[in-house]
Design a protein around this ligand. Structure first.
Ligand code: UGA
Length: 427
């Protein structure tokens, strides 16, 4: 078993440190925020991630997991140092490497000879070289081990990944990193640093393109009077297409897809390569947010002005408390821009700072006096909501369910009107 330090205890760092400790490694997580470290030492998670709290406590009890805000304590003894710091989007769309660089500079004199620094953060092609330069020590190796965890399913994805990718200058180094995951049974890929870095961006961007296409197909289906869900189900039965990641929605979002698609565009540009598909997928996604607001305006007689709109869901998807780049928020911004007042309910969000948006404590409180209801996040509990009670609280009856979570026929029999976006053939 190895001694591992994990730098950064955000979504990625927490799951990595707690997951590696659950495999029996001696892990010490570092964060510069002492309040966060204190919470973790007390066995409390600063984020909502199903199943992670249990293995955090098990890690602390077994003695395999510690947390510190002292960098030298974290890295001095470590054979491997995982860097899990943010790589936010820069003004030009590229990934900002400043946290990765400052972490590398801060640890360079603290690392023990022979340590391997492993980048988990999503970093552009060529970043391994940047880290090597920032550390500037010939006795330290640098590897790339991109993470493919989904928020809300991170524990499952850590234990049962589709694949693990490690890139380094030599197979010997990448194998050492891969050996940390010896108990995990899945395809394992040893690659160059550049290949590992690009696999991450190319995967996320492919998924984003897939979803933009899914959303476009859903809109076309409704326009021609076809059932979008049946169309997509029929497509997904082709094993070359596959039935996963085929759910239409109000657009894709979260802390990864919007940032990574823009970063891939920027990487391609810097190498003089055009990627028109990814550019189109980003544009299609932005249109999809506005489309929901336009559809509602049409259903409400042509305008949202002065209307009260109840919204179910604020997080970027279900089973997370994360509202970063949430498509729900993007849609709400369009609703407010159109003159609407929004009252939203989300099981994990109790407040959100946006003029025109109020967060209600329950679905019925959100529905109270509303002209329409829009479902924007696929929380499964929304399928259990009492539709009669909701419709009785509302003044209007229009319902748009962008995530297909409501039982449509039940809601219809209780008096809901689901507007059809069926349109007339223009030529
Ligand atoms: C994504 C990738 O799926 C992970 O593999 C990757 O590790 C992660 O980014 C990352 O780079 O860290 P995540 O951002 O947690 O994971 O979210 P997803 O589950 O991929 O969902 C992204 C967006 O697509 C959400 O807004 C979600 O609602 C939407 N989506 C997803 C759909 O609209 N339909 C679907 O069928 C699936």
């Amino acid at each position: 078993m190895s001694k591992i330090a994990v730098i950064g205890t955000g979504y990625v760092g927490l799951t990595t440190s707690i997951g590696l400790a659950s495999l029996g490694h001696e892990v010490i997580g570092y964060d510069l925020d002492p309040a966060k470290v204190e919470m973790l030492q007390a066995g409390k998670l600063p984020i909502h991630e199903p199943g992670l709290g249990e293995i955090l406590i098990a890690g602390i009890k077994s003695g395999n997991l510690q947390s510190t805000s002292d960098l030298s304590e974290a890295v001095a003894d470590a054979d491997f140092v995982f860097t899990c710091v943010p790589t936010p989007q820069d003004d030009d769309g590229s990934a900002d490497l400043s946290y990765v660089i400052s972490a590398s500079v801060a640890m360079k004199d603290l690392l023990k000879p022979g340590a391997i620094v492993v980048t988990k953060s999503t970093v552009p092609v060529g970043s391994a070289q940047v880290v090597e330069n920032a550390i500037g020590r010939s006795d330290i190796e640098v590897a790339s081990n991109p993470e493919f965890l989904r928020e809300g399913a991170a524990v499952h994805d850590f234990k049962h990944p589709d694949r693990i990718v490690v890139g380094a200058r030599s197979t010997e180094i990448s194998q050492k990193v891969m050996d940390l995951y010896s108990q995990i049974d899945c395809p394992k890929l040893l690659t160059s640093q550049e290949t590992a870095e690009l696999i991450k961006y190319a995967s996320n961007s492919f998924l984003a393109i897939k979803l933009s296409y899914v959303n476009d197909v859903a809109v076309l289906s409704e326009a021609v009077g076809a059932d979008p869900f049946e169309v997509l189900q029929g497509m997904g039965l082709d094993t070359r297409i596959g039935n996963r990641f085929l759910e239409p929605g109000p657009g894709w979002g979260g802390s990864c897809f919007p940032k990574d698609t823009k970063a891939l565009e920027s990487i391609a540009k810097s190498f003089g390569v055009d990627l028109p598909l990814i550019t189109a997928a980003i544009a299609s996604n932005e249109i999809s947010h506005k489309r929901v607001a336009d559809r509602l305006a049409k259903a409400l007689g042509g305008s949202l002005n002065g209307k009260t709109i109840a919204v179910l869901g604020l997080t970027f998807k279900a089973n997370t408390d994360d509202t970063r780049e949430s498509p729900a928020i993007a849609v709400i911004e369009h609703l407010i821009k159109g003159g609407g007042e929004v009252v939203a309910y989300d099981p994990m969000v109790s407040s959100y700072d946006l003029a025109g948006l109020t967060v209600a404590p329950s679905p019925v409180a959100a529905a109270n006096g509303a002209d329409a209801l829009v479902v924007l996040t696929e929380w499964s509990e929304f399928s259990e909501i009492d539709c009669a009670e909701m419709l009785a609280a509302m003044t209007g009856s229009v319902v748009i369910d962008t995530r297909n979570v409501l039982n449509k026929s039940l809601w219809q029999s209780a008096g809901a009107t689901f507007p059809s976006s069926e349109t007339k053939r223009v030529v």
